[in-house]
Design a protein around this ligand. Sequence first.
Ligand code: GLV
Length: 335
Amino acid sequence: MTTRPAVLVARGVFPEVLARLAQHFEVESNPDDTVWSAAELSARLQGKAGAFITGSERIDAALLDAHPQLRAVCNMAVGYNNIDLDACTARGVLASNTPDVLTETTADFGFALMMATARRITESEHFLRAGRWTKWSFDMFAGAEVHGATLGVLGMGRIGQAIARRGALGFGMPVLYHNRSRLDAAIEQQLGARWVDKATLLRECDHLVIVVPYSPASHHLIGATELASMKPTATLTNIARGGVVDDAALAAALRAGRIAAAGLDVFEGEPKLHPDLLTVPNVVLTPHIASASVATRRAMADLAADNLIAALGCGPHAGRPPTALNPQVLSAPTP
Ligand code: GLV
């Protein structure tokens, strides 16, 4: 009898996905969905050939060195700043993420968060729930216009483009964007989007939506100086990663009215929040759920499982994980 590879599923996941993995592997799972410490994660990786992980598991060189048997780490997230990709590649470990399947769902959420922020939806709901609504007033919770306002997109990858499309085609918004590389002119035209430098973007947009991947280069891309350069009527929405925005500077800017409002799905040090963000009224807060429709979370889990199954040489795509980040490791001689 051949022994099947052992894999770790590091967080809770759909039972159907666990069942799929169990067709190929000996699976150790985490039915309580506990967030393990680095030491606990390492202990559970003993003897595992692969790991199904999420953004809460950090895969770095030290962990990989402690587990030379590990051959694949498959992230159930499109962002992969939790994985040291170079360290994986240097050790021949396949890493994967879950792009595309979440693009439209995440863009829907980014747009919804931007609209809730501009139109003060949660702030007014809190007021109502607190029993403070005693009369209609001409300026009660008057917010910023969305249709026709200038949308600024910082980071114009797949999700940024999907947000731009919603703004331009659905809401008649002129779209400005900033990205390291410019889109093809044909795509710019299709999206009605114009590339500008970051300073112009911040100065001219009415609603800034941040969709850049997190890396040392994007750490605190938006801080006190950048916030001070925005219109006092502008809103900022962050669906990228905590750390792209300096949350302390943002809370101070919101409190001082240097910008009108913010919508945040991601936070520095989440699930902890900067305490001031919980006390300023002009911020809409959600717990990192931009991709969380039932269908999309299932698609992400299935894609992460497909990658793991294929990376460990099983299933119909054996040896060809569909969304590998470093597919070159599969053809390279074992280091
Ligand atoms: C969520 O934040 C993701 O990267 O998929």
